[in-house]
Design a protein around this ligand. Structure first.
Ligand SMILES: NC(=O)C1=CN([C@@H]2O[C@H](COP(=O)(O)OP(=O)(O)OC[C@H]3O[C@@H](n4cnc5c(N)ncnc54)[C@H](O)[C@@H]3O)[C@@H](O)[C@H]2O)C=CC1
Ligand SMILES: O=C(O)C(=O)COP(=O)(O)O
Length: 528
């Protein structure tokens, strides 16, 4: 039974498909402390979180069964993604479902701050009728600076324009065409902080955006500027904001996210009458929670059932149609990798992969991953998978070279794989043959035609009469049935290769006997 742990409050209505699956058992246990999670995580194949569960490297050490972490939302900064990758665990998120909710929350915060609504409400609650203290400002004719014009930033821009605001935007990936179509003026961060009346950030929290708005930027701002953060705590430096609020440079701030969450009971930001705070509520609408839960549940099921999935944070993203095109090559690639790994000694220092013919027109990154997985899992075992194979190669100091060579003179498509160790270089080549599926078509340049499956005896030998007979006799005496046979040579009497498909495993005794036949150069017992 596949087991899924849901460790944050996630809409059960949205999780429907997971809860209904016959082969999946879902445990819903929100709010467990890290130690408890460490104790139980080893029982689960999938973990579903929002932003509260901290998926730490320590927890992942215990996650021996875990294949996928699903984030019902956008930001994955509560997940140690490098550690997940190291363990070969896919991390997926649900980036689309909460965009509108978060844009609307940003707007609600902007208006609440501009019109001091929470403060006025609190005063009414206290029994007061104070109209002087709560004079606000209009949004109309004001300049809004948006830093990070992705999904949420763009929705905020549209709403701001409806309110008569001029929008300036900075995003390193914003094209002039997109800026035009959103009717925003493309600016630098410095230009935004100098010109805007309201500044809102909608970037991820990454190295480049940590403290993007700090003392220097506050120093450049207009007096009376208003600041919003509904993205991530730490994009705006809290200490610098506090100083700017104290000095009066900043007239108001509206924050949904904080450097530490939950915030401390005596957090200094709570003391300012012109600051509006919410406890990370951007995505907290009924609609968004159902949307993200549906998206992440569907994706998790696909990962667990080995079906193509999207939205992986730690894998190259490929649209479903592009992934479908390379799917047949994934199997061939892994088999070629496994074959090559069993034909070379250790340690592998270089892996060269060349794609020719039809496949050279496709997105081959996933194929390269399966080839690496095929090679590396032979030595590193099950801990190497599609997710961490490139990282394991890099950490093992293996040079990986990928090339595309366009049309091939013989094959409509061909994957060439050359594996080098300090003592040897071995080359295997394979194709997808219409109607015959994956085939190994060359071994060290010798033409053969073998299906890459099952057990095989592979030899290199001198092309002399009686070779096949002698090997056949040894296998026969060992009660091993030969299913298929392929021999390749370049010239009569020269070096040749033989690939024998066998029905049952050959013992080391049998392999040794074959190796002792005169003019046998090498014997390999290969399992694909
Ligand atoms: N408060 C809440 O409950 C929620 C917060 N969020 C947060 O909002 C943020 C934005 O989410 P989405 O719009 O969905 O993401 P997105 O990926 O669509 O947009 C992020 C944008 O930031 C831009 N960016 C990256 N580096 C940048 C830099 N150095 N300077 C300026 N821009 C940069 C990217 O090019 C991208 O366009 C994320 O941090 C997400 O975690 C998202 C949903 C709910
Ligand atoms: O999706 C995001 O990035 C969010 O910040 C939403 O967080 P939440 O799922 O509400 O804990």
């Amino acid at each position: 039974m596949i087991r899924v742990l849901v460790s944050d409050p996630i809409s059960e209505q949205g999780l429907g498909k997971l809860l209904e699956a016959d082969d999946i058992q879902v445990d819903i246990k929100p709010g467990l402390p890290e130690e408890e999670l460490c104790n139980i995580i080893g029982e689960f194949d999938a973990l579903l979180v929002r932003s509260q569960t901290k998926v730490t490297a320590k927890m992942l050490e215990h996650a021996t069964r875990l294949r996928v972490i699903g984030r019902a939302g956008v930001g994955v900064d509560n997940i140690d993604v490098p550690a997940a990758t190291q363990h070969g665990i896919v991390v997926i998120n649900a980036p689309d479902g909460n965009t509108i909710s978060t844009a609307e929350h940003t707007f609600a915060m902007m208006m609440a701050m501009a019109r001091k609504i929470p403060q006025a409400y609190a005063s009414i609650q206290r029994g007061e009728w104070d109209r002087k203290t709560f004079v606000g400002v209009e949004l109309n004719n004001k300049v809004l600076g948006i830093i990070g014009l992705g999904r949420i930033g763009a929705e905020v821009a549209k709403r701001a324009q409806a309110f008569g605001m001029t929008v300036l935007a900075y995003d390193p990936f914003l094209s002039p065409q997109r800026a035009d179509s959103l009717n925003v003026k493309q600016c630098t961060v410095d230009e935004i902080v100098q010109q805007a009346d309201f500044i809102t950030v909608h970037t991820p929290l990454i190295k480049e955006t940590k403290y993007l708005i700090a003392e220097r930027e506050f120093g450049m701002m207009k007096d009376g500027v208003r600041i919003l953060n509904c993205a991530r705590g730490g994009i705006i430096k809290e200490e610098a904001l506090i100083q700017a609020l104290k000095s009066g440079k900043v007239a108001g701030a509206a924050l949904d996210v904080f450097e530490e969450e939950p915030i401390a009971k005596d957090h200094p930001l709570k003391d300012f009458p012109n600051v509006v705070l919410t406890p990370h509520l951007g995505a907290s609408t009924e609609e968004a929670q159902i949307n993200v839960a549906i998206d992440v549940a569907e994706e998790i099921i696909k990962v667990l059932r080995d079906e193509p999935f999207k939205n992986a944070v730690n894998l190259p993203s490929l649209p479903a149609d592009k992934l479908r095109q390379v799917e047949p090559y994934l199997v061939l690639g892994e088999k070629l990798g496994k074959l090559a790994a069993q034909l070379v000694d250790n340690p592998v220092t270089k892996i060269e992969i060349s794609y020719s013919g039809d496949i050279s027109q496709l997105e081959v990154a996933p194929v390269t991953r399966t080839i690496l997985k095929g090679i590396l899992s032979y030595h590193h075992g099950a801990e190497v998978n599609f997710v961490n194979a490139p990282l394991v190669a890099e950490q093992s100091g293996i040079q990986v070279v990928e090339s595309k060579t366009g049309k091939h003179s013989v094959f409509t498509n061909l994957i060439g794989l050359e594996v080098t160790t300090p003592h040897q270089t071995r080359r295997v080549e394979g194709t997808i043959n219409n109607g015959f599926g994956p085939r190994i078509v060359r071994l060290d340049g010798y033409a053969i035609d073998a299906a890459p499956e099952g057990r095989m005896i592979v030899t290199t030998h001198l092309d002399q009469p009686g070779m096949i007979g002698r090997i056949g006799t040894i296998l026969g005496n060992g009660n091993i049935n030969i299913a298929t046979m392929q021999v390749g040579r370049k010239e009569v009497g020269g070096k040749a290769v033989m690939v024998l498909g066998i029905d049952n495993a050959a013992s080391s005794e049998v392999v040794r006997e074959i190796a002792e036949i005169p003019n046998i150069l090498e014997v390999f017992h290969v399992e694909l």
